[in-house]
Design a protein around this ligand. Structure first.
Ligand code: GLY
Length: 428
């Protein structure tokens, strides 16, 4: 059988690597992929958003399962296009993926389903929004409705900042015309964050091991927001009691509400949670695996990923109960190495050295994100370059193993956080 992974980041490399371990798969393609997916699989030069070309390729190659990494092709309807052609695809339809592609839609579903989340208001014109922010207690969060490459969420500490955010999103269209047509203004919640990714098909919901991301660029959670600078799995914050509460209060009612709205959800439902003093609250939903959360998650997964994803697509997920998914008991830590300047402007094409040395270390896997090959040379090709991931008997040892590998890898301007997983490692 053959699989196709759509995307080109660290998450997609982890998917290709894990799928390629399935004895049922003879080949795993990745479109367009990176230098790492070209080693663990076979790259196909098709852009992740070129849905027509992807459908043609899947038909020609008789692909048995396509797995979509990023949100944009889902929001553009890649699952609908594949399903129309009878091609098996893992990922929600365009309508169902509005849970991620429209913040307004997601908040309305949460309100309908009684899912705990920050109180909010929706605006489709800047004037009432401007009046509203004069009456708020701060901090508040102003969010562009549509996808904005993770940048359309602005935390505001004062009325002036909120007015400026409304201007940027709704008047200057900084995040795109469609994305900024509506905004959500909500109370900013306080607490540690937790990523809960669940497999969903029909009535079956199987939460995967809890993970924690590090969104800020610099140590100590300082600096600007990024796509994610590192992650670890399992996150000790996700105790069985808390996970049961999140399942009952967030995942189950959302999946049922989507079904009632005739937009049944199938794929990964990723609840970005914040654990407040009043209990867990949903910050946002994503409709795909997180990046870099997927890298440590799949490093620990022992169950055949292809079987799991195929069962989801074929509505047989119930065959696996949560207890039948096998995990390596050891935790995993992932450290993202970035191009200097990320998440702002950065240069590409820097030569990466030391990878072979680092890859020899035990229990380490180096997932590529923004990389490409130029002959024999490995070059940087994006903001997030590598997701260096390691297992260890404890979180502290997994962290040590990951940083041992990071130390051996060099490229001009390389930057990374040095405190991934520290918040979960007991002192001493
Ligand atoms: N790491 C956050 C995300 O994938 O959305």
């Amino acid at each position: 059988m053959k699989a196709l992974v759509v995307g080109k980041g660290g998450r997609e490399h982890a998917l290709v690597w894990k799928l390629a371990q399935s004895p049922r798969l003879e080949r795993v393609f990745c479109a367009p992929g990176n230098a790492g997916t070209g080693v663990d699989g076979v790259n196909v030069p098709i852009d992740a958003n070129d849905i027509d070309a992807l459908v043609k390729f899947a038909r020609r190659e008789c692909i048995d399962l396509t797995v979509v990494g990023p949100e944009e092709p889902l929001a553009r309807g890649i699952a609908d296009a594949f399903q129309k052609e009878g091609l098996p695809i893992f990922g929600p339809t365009r309508q169902a993926s509005q849970l991620e592609s429209s913040k307004v839609f997601a908040k309305k579903v949460m309100r309908d389903a009684d899912v705990p989340t920050a109180e909010f208001r929706v605006f489709d014109h800047p004037d009432p929004a401007r009046l509203y922010v004069q009456t708020r207690e701060y901090p508040v969060v102003v969010k562009a409705d549509g996808l904005a490459a993770g940048k359309g969420v602005i935390v505001c500490s004062t009325t002036e900042e909120a007015l400026a955010a409304i201007e940027r999103i709704m008047v200057r269209d900084e995040f795109g015309r469609t994305a900024g047509r509506q905004i959500v203004i909500e109370k900013r919640l306080d607490g540690p964050e937790l990523s809960i990714m669940a497999l969903v098909a029909g009535r079956t919901i199987i939460p995967l091991a809890p993970t924690q991301d590090h969104k800020r660029a610099l140590d100590g959670d300082a600096g600007p927001n990024t796509g994610g600078m590192g992650a670890y799995c399992p996150a000790p914050l996700g105790t069985p009691d808390l996970l049961a509460e999140i399942d009952a209060q967030a995942l189950v009612p959302t999946v049922h509400t989507m079904k009632r709205r005739r937009m049944p959800f199938r794929g990964i439902l990723y609840a970005g949670m914040i654990i407040t003093n009043q209990g867990p609250r949903v910050l946002e939903f994503n409709c795909r695996l997180g990046d870099p959360e997927t890298e440590p998650l799949l490093m620990r997964l022992r169950t055949d990923l292809f079987e799991l994803l195929l069962a989801t697509v074929e509505d047989r997920l119930g065959e696996f109960g949560e207890g039948n998914i096998e995990w390596d008991p050891r935790p995993a830590v992932c450290v993202v190495m970035c191009s200097g300047g990320y998440p702002g402007t950065f240069a590409k094409g820097k030569i990466v050295n030391g990878l072979a040395e680092a890859a020899k270390l035990p229990d380490v896997k180096i997932f590529h994100a923004g990389t490409r090959l130029d002959g024999e040379l490995l070059l940087t090709d994006g903001g997030r370059v590598l997701a260096v991931t390691a297992l260890g008997d404890t979180l502290a040892l997994a962290k040590r193993n990951a940083y041992e590998a990071v130390k051996r890898i060099h490229f001009p301007g390389a930057s990374y956080r040095s405190d991934i997983a520290d918040r979960a490692i007991p002192p001493g």
